[in-house]
Design a binder for this molecule. Structure first.
Ligand SMILES: Cc1cc2nc3c(=O)[nH]c(=O)nc-3n(C[C@H](O)[C@H](O)[C@H](O)COP(=O)(O)OP(=O)(O)OC[C@H]3O[C@@H](n4cnc5c(N)ncnc54)[C@H](O)[C@@H]3O)c2cc1C
Length: 434
């Protein structure tokens, strides 16, 4: 098996290619090993590098660092999410715990970009939960009540107002939240790579095949060589399950997204020259759609059970067609051939939308499963799991550990059957929103 990514992602292609890529080429021993160099692994490595300036910390990824989901996402750094079904008081307190984690996630990313003067197209413009189906009004009104109880600034918007702000007549109703940031995910994760402490050694294109505990060390076999480590942190998110980590609690889901080229002045004028915006769906399987700072339109409207290691060109093309239709439905006045790239990425899900953050055995730690909201939470969890693995405690760890824990999943083949049935049902419910 190999993690094989398409090389079509616009966010990645916006960046300068990196040089000095090191691949594992001999057997090594270390104190600390982190597997996976996305937001979680990079953040864990940065923290360990600061905590142990005199120790060698190894960070290994199966592909180029940051080029998994961490640069392939839609770039919403969220403070709140919908679709969690929180209604009763008990659920309200769980929602608050979740939102507390999102807030810490935003603070962690903010601190990083301030400290390193990172330009990642940061825009505190809030976000819309929008629908073209007026029947979704009830869902949004319930959500509005939850947000009011918790003190999140927001307001409900109707069609006229929305079409002025978004440049499309597609949506009938939306809830706008003032909180939430839009950013360039590729620029953010690249900055995390560029600013790794000097004692962190990054090995790329080095797939971990298997690992086992062995008399006080953890022995890891990679495609070419092996590493013996005293402590390990698994930060492979959608690939935790395939490495045998918390297998009964998480499963991978493949998402695909497309991005247009920048709109020309004339095209931009034809949609009313809106400011940068981001729309999230009201129903889980609806489209996420974004107008970027540089006038590109991004759409993500698929989520499915698929081989996480690779999506073929022809399969990607089929999903691209769906995304072109999604753009056309919202912007019929724009030409047909403006999509510049389509890519896929892997996220990790749990049954109850809670995250994994734990010591899974002596000297073995894992963080992941952000259920599609990993920019902030991944950055936070990476930093904090490194602190936890160092036997230290923080208020952040207390907040993270107060959340609901992921619940147990049924074994195969029931799991796949159940997920597929659920996704099909959600797809049907959201069919007007794709
Ligand atoms: C299309 C899409 C849209 C999304 N939109 C948003 C959004 O708007 N906002 C948001 O917050 N989140 C979003 N997400 C989710 C977000 O991208 C993830 O939650 C986040 O990237 C998780 O970071 P991570 O570091 O834990 O995992 P990843 O970024 O997946 O990094 C894990 C790394 O582990 C490596 N790895 C896997 N297996 C092995 C192995 N065996 N050996 C060595 N290395 C291995 C991989 O190569 C990968 O680089 C989206 C994701 C996708 C795909």
């Amino acid at each position: 098996m190999e993690v094989v990514n398409d090389n079509n992602c616009s966010w990645v292609n916006d960046l300068n290619p990196r040089n000095n890529i090191k691949t594992l080429s001999s057997d090594l021993n270390c104190e600390w090993l982190i597997i996976g160099a996305g937001y979680t692994g990079l953040s864990a490595a940065r923290k360990l590098g600061q905590l142990y300036p005199n120790e060698k910390i190894l960070l290994v990824d199966a592909q180029l660092a940051g080029e998994g989901a961490s640069s392939r996402n839609s770039g919403y750094l969220v403070d709140t999410t919908l679709n969690d079904g929180f209604t009763s008081n008990k659920e309200l307190s769980n929602y608050r715990k979740k939102a507390d984690i999102y807030k810490l996630g935003i603070d962690t990313v903010k601190k990083f970009i301030k400290e390193h003067q990172v330009d990642c197209d940061w825009n505190e413009c809030g976000k819309y939960f929008a629908s073209s189906n007026s029947e979704d009004k009830d869902i949004l009104e319930n959500f509005s009540e939850t947000l009011s109880k918790l003190g999140f600034e927001h307001n409900l918007l109707q069609k006229d107002n929305l079409s002025k702000r978004l440049g499309t007549n597609f949506y009938d109703i939306a809830l706008y939240t003032k909180g939430g940031i839009l950013l360039h995910p590729g620029k953010l994760v690249r900055a995390m790579i560029d600013t790794l402490p000097e004692n962190v050694i990054l090995y790329e294109n080095s797939l971990l095949l298997k690992w086992k505990k062995n008399n006080g060390t953890i022995d890891c076999v990679f495609k070419n060589n092996s590493i013996k480590t005293k402590k390990i942190i698994f930060a492979t998110n959608g690939f935790l399950k395939s490495l045998g980590v918390k297998t009964n609690y998480n499963f991978p889901i493949t998402l695909t997204a497309s991005m247009t080229r920048p709109l020309t002045d004339k095209e931009f004028e034809s949609i009313g020259e809106p400011k940068e915006w981001g729309v999230l769906p009201v129903r889980p399987m609806g489209a996420t759609i974004r107008m970027t700072k540089d006038r590109r339109i991004l759409i993500r409207n698929t989520a499915e059970v698929h081989n996480p290691y690779q999506m073929s060109k022809s399969n990607l093309e089929k999903r691209s067609v769906k995304q072109k239709i999604g753009i056309k439905k919202r912007f019929p006045q724009l030409p047909d051939n403006i999509v510049q790239s389509t890519w896929s990425g892997i996220v990790s899900r749990t049954r109850n939308s809670s995250q994994i953050f734990e010591k899974i055995d002596a000297n073995i730690f894992a963080a992941g499963c952000y259920n599609g909201s990993g920019i902030g939470v991944g950055t936070l969890f990476g930093e904090q799991i490194a602190i936890k693995a160092s036997n230290e405690h923080t208020n952040e760890i207390e907040t993270i550990e107060a959340r609901k824990k992921p619940t147990w999943l049924p074994p195969q083949p029931f799991l796949d059957l159940g997920i597929r049935a659920r996704l099909m049902y959600e797809r049907l419910r959201a069919r007007s929103e794709i």
